[in-house]
Design a protein. Sequence first.
Length: 125
Amino acid sequence: MRARTFRVPFAKVAPEALELEWGPDDYLVIRPLLAKSPGELAGIRTRMSETAEGNEADRQALLLDVLSDVIVEWSLRGPDGETIPLPTTWAEVDALPSGLGSALFDFIWTYRGDGPDPTPAGAPS
């Protein structure tokens, strides 16, 4: 058995970002968070609990770790056709358009894949 991956256009990642126009090469390939084992998810939940009242750097590190873990491929172009890489630092997250930055994290916590009858999300909160 292996976890499925899904190619998702950024228009689906940030549907509320109406001020942004996505090109055909703007997509990511994601392995949904809920493809992880219960033990792995418990570890993420524990880190989330520890960072909820901890320092901001720890919270940011957790979010960046989850991004790098679930995003298998990232293809995003800026307004002049330049490549925008997958963020690996918080400064790079802050450099993303506002409509994408916040939507990206909401998306990765809840995305279960595409299908005619998806089960309800039970992502860590």
